[in-house]
Design a protein around this ligand. Structure first.
Ligand SMILES: *Cc1c(COP(=O)(O)O)cnc(C)c1O
Length: 495
């Protein structure tokens, strides 16, 4: 089989899909991309009336082609069968004239569960296939949701340990409690003094740290990643784009072949890139609308072609999108430039040294044909949560509300809209409660997040996911806070 994954930054670094999953990131710091993705097409008619699990099997077999069909069948079933609280996995709901695809019915109530329920199985199988005998250490930076979903996915998996780094004060109370109370003998969690970008930069640096590399070699440990820099995170996320499209056809909301718009609440550009990959495989998508909060670096980039992270960092009510360095944009630039590794290398050098880069006119034009960008301020986001609840009795989490607001601002005549709903509102109860019931001035008096959770339930009657309801009685296990440049010291404890 021909190795068809390569580093965005160097054409000579090539490997098979399963090896890319095991490595996480290329040795030169580039990200693995499928170099022939423009030639892949799915027979979409075959996907009509298929279940989520069956669509997943088709998409994964196409993209991760050195796994056999039998292997993919087994892994997909293990990941999704009876693991989600909704039997559709990602149900599609109509809200007014528009649609939301709910991605938060997994074990930790965030969309990260979709990929992180599968990644551990993909990785284990990869170790087997490639005859890798070393222990694997999963190194993960999180803006809140990836951490918990990865910890749940990898907990007590033999031969694998997982280290999660999150920004202290940069995640919601529920997200923090979820990570602090993590069980499993192979799980390690640290808060750092810094924001998500600090955590992600430090983690990326460790992947190319020569001293660490030697130490790990000696101890027979290899590093991998559960962040969306790992291609094994992105591919499972393509599935719900196909699933929600087929659902709209089956509901007779669109005709087969009609183009639709997706609006995606975006941070690291992983979720929306999966949508672009779905389009490359033939899904009729008109526009992918990239929705940001006040950290609107991506929105500016899509409008101007200039990426500049030298700007103020805001803490918002949608913390999982408080990101100024969106890793997966590198992959988009690779595809949009026609697989120009050198070009990407130069841009990323510029990002590293100056914190910014500017893309050429034709790459910019290519991006604009498919992508649109917009942003929503915290005030607008709260107003959107209130508006949608009062009009449709539907409760949005703050991230999904950012997307709803941006979708509204970019409505195009003649195209149906699907918004990706990325988290349960109960992960952000305080913000949601305040947004809808602000007149009552109660939530300030209520200091306990779990009290607000119950209150939100009493008023809205939207079911609280059981993993969140049970959280308050869990014991805190991981409570260390460390300096951002001390992450390497954690290895002493782990190895
Ligand atoms: C991670 C996350 C996002 C952003 O997704 P990316 O793939 O990083 O763009 C949006 N909403 C929620 C709730 C998230 O957890």
């Amino acid at each position: 089989m021909k190795p068809n994954y390569e580093s965005t930054r160097n054409q000579k670094i090539k490997c098979l899909a399963s090896e890319a999953v095991a490595k996480g990131i290329a040795l030169d710091g580039g990200l693995f991309v499928r170099n022939d993705i423009e030639d892949l097409k799915l027979n979409l008619k075959d996907l009509l009336n298929k279940s989520y699990i069956d669509i997943a099997k088709v998409v994964l077999s196409k993209m991760l082609d050195d796994y056999t069909e039998e292997e993919i069948d087994e892994l997909v079933e293990k990941a999704y069968k009876n693991k989600f609280s909704n039997e559709e996995i990602t149900p599609v709901k109509k809200v007014g004239e528009d649609f939301v695809v709910e991605l938060f019915h997994g074990p930790t109530s965030a969309f990260k569960d979709i990929a992180l329920s599968l990644l551990p199985h993909l990785l284990k199988k990869s170790l087997e296939k490639n005859n890798i005998k070393e222990e694997v250490l999963i190194l993960t930076a999180t803006s809140g949701d990836t951490g918990k979903a990865a910890l749940e996915g990898f907990k007590d998996v033999p031969g694998i340990k997982i280290l999660v780094i999150y920004p202290n004060d940069g995640v919601s109370k529920v997200q923090e409690k979820q990570m602090r109370s993590q069980e499993g003998s192979n799980t390690f969690v640290y808060a750092i003094n810094g924001n998500f970008d600090d955590a992600q930069s430090q983690v990326k640096k460790l992947f190319t740290d020569d001293n660490l590399k030697e130490e790990l070699l000696e101890k027979k440990v290899r590093l991998s990643s559960a962040n969306s820099i790992n291609i094994g995170r992105l591919v499972p996320q393509m599935v719900y784009y196909f699933y929600s499209y087929m659902k709209l056809v089956n509901l007779k909301e669109i005709n087969f072949g009609d183009e639709i718009n997706f609006t995606v609440p975006t941070g690291n550009f992983g979720d929306i890139l999966a949508g672009y990959y779905a389009k490359l495989l033939g899904l009729p998508i008109n526009k992918l609308i990239c929705a940001s909060n006040e950290n609107n670096v991506l929105c500016d980039f899509i409008k101007t072609g200039s990426y500049d992270k030298n700007r103020e960092f805001y803490k918002t009510i949608s913390p999982s999108m408080d990101i100024l360095i969106s890793s997966n944009l590198e992959r988009l630039l690779y595809h949009m430039s026609g697989n120009e590794n050198n070009y990407i290398n130069n841009l990323m050098e510029s990002l590293k040294n100056k914190g910014k880069y500017e893309i050429s006119g034709d790459v910019k034009d290519n991006i604009k044909k498919i992508f649109k960008g917009g942003y929503s301020t915290d005030i607008e986001t709260k107003a959107e949560i209130k508006r949608i609840y009062e009009k449709y009795s539907y409760v949005l989490d703050p991230h999904t509300a950012v997307a709803f607001n941006v979708m509204e601002k970019n409505r195009e005549e003649g195209y149906k809209n699907v918004v990706l709903a990325t988290a349960s509102p109960y992960k952000f109860s305080k913000s949601v409660y305040e947004a809808i019931f602000q007149d009552e001035k109660e939530s300030d008096a209520m200091v306990d997040e779990f009290e607000i959770m119950e209150k939100l339930y009493e008023k809205t009657k939207v079911e609280i996911p059981s993993n969140l309801r049970n959280l308050k009685d869990k014991k805190d296990i991981h409570t260390s806070v460390i300096d951002k440049d001390k992450i390497k010291d954690c290895f002493e404890v782990i190895l």
